[in-house]
Design a binder for this molecule. Structure first.
Ligand code: ZN
Ligand code: ZN
Length: 336
């Protein structure tokens, strides 16, 4: 099996990738600078553009040209165009999340190759809404996730249509508009890190974020299985365009990236596909679900390293997290 070549499985059956460990920051952060490696990271595979930025951009282009209501229609809140956006977003969600789930979990298309957790998602469990983890995950993703995602999109498009946002014309500012397409992925991680740390503040954790952490063994649909409060915080990243001049396509890109990429981050596999034709998954966030008090962001912007919340999957990092957790637990007991 290819996964014993590219990683290791411990005695309990948990798999993790071999070197480089999860969370190694990309060469853009290297000092002294590494220009060749940086270019390779930016344009090579896997890297900043390929595959996930490029795949999302392709989806955005198709949705923009074929499914987006005319901006002039969106100057007033009306049922028809809002429903059009909602149905389109729901279809994207079903295709993307559903596609990963059906291939990896229903058909078990690559077996347990590169699967982190030794077990499959469980069957009946009364802890979950509807009696299974999958049902609960799908419910929150659609009922709350798709609704909040659409609500932000509707607000932003309405604001563009009414001249409330600085509108960047693609024809007069092609360089700026193109460069701004590089922004959503990095911004997503920065915003996610701080929003996520806020959600681990006890009152918010109890009120909202605990719902997402019911998923220890994750699947694609766990990605957006969040409480509505968490969805409101999570998708608020798009409000940055009240300050940063942009075109509606940037809003679409930012929201679709935020909405769809959790399926990748929670798929539970390090790679999708077999042999050379693989797409990279994400180990970094899986460790957050397993160890809880670490890896709030993603490796691309090493905020976890800078703020001391980093876990790379090594036994040393695990020991460090354990010590930190025990220290926090003691101090909490002393003050209470
Ligand atoms: Zn969390
Ligand atoms: Zn998660």
């Amino acid at each position: 099996m290819a996964d014993v070549v590219t990683g290791t499985r411990d005695s309990r059956g948990h798999w993790q990738p071999a070197e480089p460990h999860a969370g190694t920051p990309p060469p853009i952060w290297a000092w002294p600078p590494q220009p060749i490696k940086t270019l390779r990271f930016l344009f090579g595979y896997p890297g900043y553009l390929w595959p996930w930025n490029a795949i999302t951009a392709a989806i955005v282009v198709v949705t923009w040209f074929y499914t987006q209501p005319e901006l002039s229609r969106m100057a007033e809140f009306k049922f028809d165009w809002i429903a059009q956006i909602y149905v389109r977003n729901l279809a994207l969600m079903l295709l993307f999340f559903g596609g990963f789930h059906v291939w990896l979990y229903t058909f078990r298309g690559q077996g347990t190759e590169h699967k982190y957790h030794p077990k499959w998602l469980g069957g009946k469990n009364s802890r979950f809404l509807g009696g299974t983890q999958l049902r609960e995950n799908v419910f929150w993703s659609i009922a709350s996730g798709c609704t909040v995602w659409t609500a932000y999109e509707v607000l932003m498009m309405w604001a563009y249509a009414n001249g409330m946002l600085s509108y960047v014309d693609w024809e007069t500012s092609p360089v700026y508009a193109t460069l701004l397409l590089l922004f959503p992925m990095a911004w997503h991680i920065i915003h996610f890190y701080f929003g996520h740390r806020l959600l681990h503040w006890k009152p918010l954790y109890r009120a909202a974020h605990h719902l997402h952490h019911k998923n220890v063994n994750v699947g694609p649909w766990s990605g957006l299985s969040m409480h509505p409060i968490e969805h409101v915080i999570y998708f608020s990243l798009v409000l940055v365009y009240w300050i940063v001049p942009s075109h509606p396509i940037h809003v679409l890109f930012t929201l679709q990236f935020a909405a769809l990429i959790p399926a990748v981050g929670h798929a539970g596999f390090n790679e999708f596909g077999k042999g050379k034709a693989t797409l990279p998954g994400e180990f970094f966030h899986y460790l957050h679900h397993r160890y809880f008090e670490c890896n709030y962001g993603a490796a691309l912007v090493p905020l976890d390293r800078w703020f001391g919340t980093f876990h790379d999957g090594t036994p040393e990092a695990h020991a460090h997290m354990k010590k930190r957790w025990e220290a926090g637990f003691q101090s909490e007991n002393e003050t209470s």
